[in-house]
Design a binder for this molecule. Structure first.
Ligand code: DHB
Ligand code: MG
Length: 201
């Protein structure tokens, strides 16, 4: 089923931005370690990471995933159904920041695990919203925070790099979380995840 998800992302011409197999498995293991029952994902693409994460959930668990691109959402919906996960996964179409506000207004959460993998320039804002949708010990994971090492360039004008750097800057002095970055290497090259755990009040 995961191979079918990869193939459909390829054949539908979606960007090659899904997490790799080893990263998907790491997300799955982290969700199991966290004993997550509720997961929020920002940035669905073709639902490849969604499927890895949703497979960690108990039968009464729930994953909400947010996708801004309607073509991507259509591919994702088909992949979620084909994986037999339609009962566990709710796909919301719209911009991450708007949907996060909507979830907050609906009093959704707190989520046990939040995976941020959308437009990188908005990472700091996604992180702030994630904290509002969290509890003590929620695990927040952010994708693409190394980007082949480009993230260490303080002069970069790339909006994605700047978004990631701004988030690192914020985390270095934010007592609301304990965070680190873990580098990954594999079929998607050299990249990494931020792992952040929400501290006590
Ligand atoms: C990009 C986005 C991703 O989520 C990813 O995993 C790799 C690359 C990008 O926008 O370049
Ligand atoms: Mg990504």
């Amino acid at each position: 089923m995961l191979n079918l998800a990869v193939e459909s992302v390829d054949s539908a011409g979606l960007p090659q931005h899904s997490v790799s197999g080893n990263e998907g498995k790491l997300l799955h293991l982290l969700a199991r370690l966290q004993r997550a029952r509720t997961i929020l994902e920002i940035g669905t693409l073709g639902a490849y990471s969604t499927i890895w994460l949703a497979r960690s959930l108990p039968n009464d668990g729930q994953l909400i995933t947010v996708e801004v691109n309607l073509d991507h959402a259509e591919v994702a919906r088909a992949n979620i159904e084909r994986a037999g996960l339609a009962e566990l996964v709710e796909l919301r179409e719209g911009h991450g920041l708007e949907i996060l506000e909507q979830l907050s207004n609906e009093k959704k959460g707190p989520f046990d695990l939040i995976f941020i993998d959308a437009d990188k320039r908005n990472n700091p804002q996604y992180f702030e919203w994630s904290l509002r949708l969290s509890r003590q010990n929620t695990l927040i994971i952010v994708d693409n925070v190394v980007r082949g090492g480009d993230v260490i360039d303080p002069q970069s004008n790339d909006a994605s790099i700047r978004g990631v750097r701004e988030l690192f800057e914020k985390l270095s002095s934010d007592s609301r979380v304990s965070a680190t970055a873990i580098q990954t290497v594999g079929s998607k090259g050299h990249d990494g995840f931020i792992l952040a755990i929400v501290n006590d009040e």
